[in-house]
Design a protein around this ligand. Sequence first.
Ligand code: NDP
Ligand code: MG
Length: 399
Amino acid sequence: MTTRRQRLVVLGATGSIGVSTLDVVSRHPDRFEVLALSAQNRVDRLAEQCGRFKPRFAVVGSAAAAERLASLLRRSDCETTVLAGAEALEGIACLADADAVMAAIVGAAGLRPTLAAARAGKKILLANKEALVMAGPVFMAEIQRNNAILLPIDSEHNAIYQSLPRDYSCDLSSSGVRRILLTASGGPFRRTPVSDLAHVTPEQACAHPNWAMGRKISVDSATMMNKGLEVIEAHWLFNVPPERIEVVIHPQSVIHSMVEYADGSVIAQLGNPDMRTPIAHALAHPDRIEAGVAPLDLCRIGSLDFERPDMDRFPCLRLAYEVLARGGNAPAVLNAANEIAVEAFLERRLAFDLIPIVIEQALRNTAWMKADNLDIVMEADAAARKIARKAVDARARPA
Ligand code: NDP
Ligand code: MG
């Protein structure tokens, strides 16, 4: 008996996660079919992907990018319909015949299309953690109301998902779960003297010891804001209070996270640091498929190390725990200010060690509010960006 192929939409197809997703998909033409792809600016890469996967739709960020893409596709006889803009992006996220949506846009820009997929009751493969951080309660309510399925792509959350009981009902105590142990590599500056952090460059920050990722998440890993965002992400995905989420630095990135049970058992998921593992897991769930990932050679790795994170070295991690405790619009403010500060650092306008200072300033200068609807979340996002831009300008490096 042949089963129908799973129809897939990939939001953020040209990014690090998007490319890894299409790599896994290309290994299983009998299982998956690509319905739509999106990118912002990288039109050449998207054109090449359209040529290979023949999606019905491709969406880009602007009319100019759409024109360039359409002209490239005409040359290659590709029949993909090219669209542009936010509405089109939301449109492909809820196509009637899409089975699954890979949410792999970076940052707040991914929130609306991912919410659209939730409202349409799709299976969502969630890489875009910022969407969940900004709008946790709104997002989870839409998932539940529309019977959408949420599968985590973030390697830690995917590991937790794999280590929880199969029938986990988002209730820790009835499942006998005591704690979540969220592992972190510690990034490239784990041993850098704190006084040198003012002078590190975007190239150094993006040279992650274990993972090849997009530039924004690479900087987040260097400040450990990435782990902070992941604490918030774990809270919403698995309904775990912050005091039961412990961050453990594990420089080898072999254990992707762990779940500790009441009887003292700790269940972990291990593997090489390659995002194709969680992507393949979520794509095929509950089946297991080949992902192109090299076998884990523990004898070559030799030893696995662990240490506690130093909150003075990594103030962003502390800020993330604080906003999670505060709730309301605070996580949206943190996320937006972080995006502005990271962008300024990548453009060499802000020193690395000032990233948390800019975020703190945004948190201090926005009014706290409950955030149970999208309008409040988007207002907090806009207000925080404004304050963070001012804070960056005030501290900007002279050109
Ligand atoms: P990349 O920067 O590599 O890719 C981002 C993708 O989003 C690209 O396709 C990009 O298009 C698109 N994009 C960027 N800005 C916009 C916008 N304003 N509107 C619409 N699309 C946009 O990021 P990653 O793949 O590294 O990360 C994607 C998400 O996955 C992030 O949320 C990250 O935190 C998460 N994640 C990533 C991991 C990794 O290993 N990379 C691991 C765990 C989570 P274009 O190429 O045209 O610019
Ligand atoms: Mg992660």
